[in-house]
Design a protein around this ligand. Structure first.
Ligand SMILES: Cc1ncc(COP(=O)(O)O)c(C=O)c1O
Length: 648
């Protein structure tokens, strides 16, 4: 028998195992202590140990699970995107400017929108809203210079608010998505004797690439067809208001995976722009919509998780394609806009979830004597195990596994028929799992490509379930809904080689409440290497890149609701290189319950009646009943999530 020593383990190996170089975008790495750390400020070497932030947040009264918001990352991403466009504009000799527009649907939290606007002030950043509530949230937040675009379906109430904003001198531009919106807008403008400013979303023939490709193309839900656009232009021209049409827009869908598709759409819209300018309609803005993707890591062939370009290439494609066509057609270049939200916010927030316990599906070895009077199937199982221990030959290992599998099925049948005792079954089951572990370890060490199906089967069977304090539906809804892959990894102990194959499962009893796709090296796997966990010890797992869409889409599944969060800024002269600007408590049980019409007063009254009845009936003593009631009432103010404390 040969015993193979695992190769030495380094922090670089951990970095590679969890593909941090792919998704970390230079922000996340591992420090000498084996802890995940973040360098959130562009161009500065200030490193913050995420475990220090967690410790301080807990000391200040926050509870896990916890959202950590690295506000500096928002600022870094805003600056990075705008600088890439400035570089492209300079390199191309483009005689115009770029302004990024933040679509607030990606993360409407006030503190996120405020941070984006603040960081983007020097670049004249604007905002985009797509619904009545977003419009009402954004209107008071923008100054008179901030460009605000209004996409989405608009009723006359919204159109009126937009015209009112224009009257107030705000730079609010409704983007016509349906022809009837244009008709309504003109009626409202005429009633007020106003000349409205407007933009048009055009249905291009180019379709997107990636999960949201149906948002673009001729059959997309929104936008005007080219004949509708021409009709609109003719009406404006007839009214002598050609200059009202200030903006042309397209949107191919979020997370465009292939840059060629963007190039083709930019060319298509620029031709339309040039035609309009040549006929005297002085469109000022060309808005290439959302779609700038984020590399979530993992499988490069999977368009949902990876993209084939970076910020620099994205900016170059837009700038050079527009310039080339404008030069050819002899028209001035427009101001360029993009509605990038995912790319600005995804990186800044992460979820910290504690492991509450581990379920190992396999039985541990029992090292017992063979129980007396065992049927022959028991000795067949013992033989399979011994052979698996004494060989490294793939064919023999597979044979051992087949034999063990068959013996287990037989043992199961014998048990049902009453021919096997509990001791004999326990012995056989324990040997079965020992054989499986032995076979899998040796098959994995052989690094066969492709791995035999038995290996994949064993990997699945021998994967531990790490029960974590969170809800997939609340915190990473896209993982459940569209199989979006998010980077997941332990936040500490990375100087140790992870020795367990694991799947992270959440608190909900749903079978869908689990993470079953992981970024693992250069591929995606259904399991993640994690460290052995002892019940009661702190083991924290990070789920990264959750800053775009997730917090907003999450529902109140299982009444778990919003988690605690802290807003962290990096600063060199603070202990640990960071300071916590704000700590926000997540939703407590009573507020969550009120949302579904269970009101605390009523609950309290019912509970106290129930307890009084039991006291009167002599089921509990009065003092004990009061203690139970107080405990119930107190818990209503606490977090909806589990506590990580264990009673010792
Ligand atoms: C019109 C419009 N603009 C911008 C966005 C945001 O795009 P992204 O996910 O690339 O930030 C969306 C979302 O799909 C959208 O519908």
């Amino acid at each position: 028998m040969t015993t193979q020593q695992p190769p030495a383990w380094s922090l670089d190996d951990a970095q590679t195992m969890y593909a941090m170089d792919v998704w970390g975008d230079g922000f996340f790495s591992i420090n000498d202590k084996g802890n995940v750390c973040v360098k959130p400020i562009e161009g500065m070497d200030i490193s913050v140990d995420i475990n220090d932030v967690i410790a301080e947040a807990l000391a200040e009264g926050s509870t896990l699970p916890l959202i950590l918001r690295f506000q500096d990352i928002i600022s870094s991403r805003v600056k990075r995107l705008n600088r890439k466009f400035r570089e492209a504009i300079e390199g191309a000799g483009y005689e115009g400017v770029y302004r990024s527009i933040f679509p607030i649907k990606v993360n409407q939290l006030q503190e996120v929108v405020a941070e984006v606007i603040e960081a983007g002030r020097e670049f004249d950043i604007g905002v985009e809203c797509g619904s009545k509530a977003e419009l009402m949230a954004a209107l008071p937040m923008i100054g008179s210079d901030t460009l605000m675009l209004c996409n989405g379906v608009k009723d006359h109430v919204m159109l009126t608010m937009m015209l009112n904003a224009q009257q107030l001198g705000q730079q609010v531009i409704p983007i016509i998505e349906k022809y009837s919106e244009f008709e309504q807008l003109m009626i409202l403008a005429d009633q007020r004797e106003l000349k409205p400013r407007l933009g048009v979303r055009v249905k291009l023939n180019t379709r997107g690439a990636g999960r949201w490709y149906e948002s673009g193309g001729a059959r997309s839900k929104f936008g005007l067809t080219v004949p509708e656009l021409v009709r609109l232009v003719k009406i404006l021209e007839k009214r002598g208001q050609g200059d009202c049409l200030e903006l042309l827009h397209f949107h191919l869908g979020s997370q465009i995976s292939d840059i060629q598709v963007l190039r083709s759409a930019v060319k298509e819209i620029t031709q339309i722009y040039a035609d309009l300018v040549l006929r005297g309609v002085s469109v000022k803005f060309l808005d290439v919509g959302g779609g700038l993707g984020v590399n979530y890591g993992g499988d490069y062939d999977n368009p949902e998780s990876s993209i084939n370009y970076g910020l620099r290439e994205y900016a170059n494609v837009v700038v050079y394609a527009v310039k080339e066509i404008c030069d050819e057609r002899g028209v001035p270049v427009p101001t360029l806009l993009s509605e990038s939200g995912r790319a600005l916010t995804a990186h800044h927030s992460m979820l910290v979830v504690p492991v509450l316990g581990v379920h190992r599906p396999d039985s541990p070895p029992m090292h017992d004597e063979t129980p007396p009077d065992s049927p022959s199937v028991v000795s067949r199982m013992e033989t399979a195990y011994e052979e698996a221990r004494s060989t490294d030959v793939t064919g023999i290992l597979l044979e051992c596994y087949h034999d063990a599998r068959e013996a287990r099925e037989e043992a199961d049948q014998l048990m049902r028929l009453g021919y096997m005792t509990l001791d004999q079954l326990a012995h056989t089951d324990s040997l079965y799992w020992s054989t499986c572990r032995e076979v899998l370890q040796k098959l994995a060490a052989a690094q066969l490509t492709p791995p035999p199906t038995e290996q994949l089967e064993l990997e699945e069977q021998l994967t531990d379930l790490y029960l974590c304090d969170f809800s997939v539906f609340h915190s990473i809804i896209d993982h459940w809904a569209i199989q979006q892959v998010f980077p997941v990894m332990p936040l500490h102990r990375l100087q140790e080689r992870p020795d367990r194959r694991a799947q992270v499962v959440d608190l909900t009893c749903d079978s869908d409440g689990k993470i079953d796709q992981y970024v693992h090296g250069h591929s995606n796997t259904s399991w993640l290497p994690l460290h052995s966990h002892k019940h009661g010890d702190a083991y924290h797992i990070g789920i990264f890149l959750v800053g775009a869409y997730q917090e907003i889409l999450g529902d109140a599944h299982n009444l778990l609701g919003r988690v605690d969060e802290v807003h962290v800024y990096a600063k060199e002269d603070e202990t640990g290189n960071f300071w916590i600007e704000e700590t926000l408590k997540g939703i407590c049980i009573k507020d969550m319950l009120s949302q579904v019409q269970y009101f605390p007063n009523d609950l309290d009254r019912r509970m106290s009646e129930l307890i009084r009845k039991q006291i009167n009936a002599g089921v509990v003593k009065a003092a004990e009943g009061t203690r139970i009631l107080n405990n119930y009432t107190k818990r209503l103010d606490e977090s909806t999530y589990c506590t990580t404390e264990v009673v010792r």
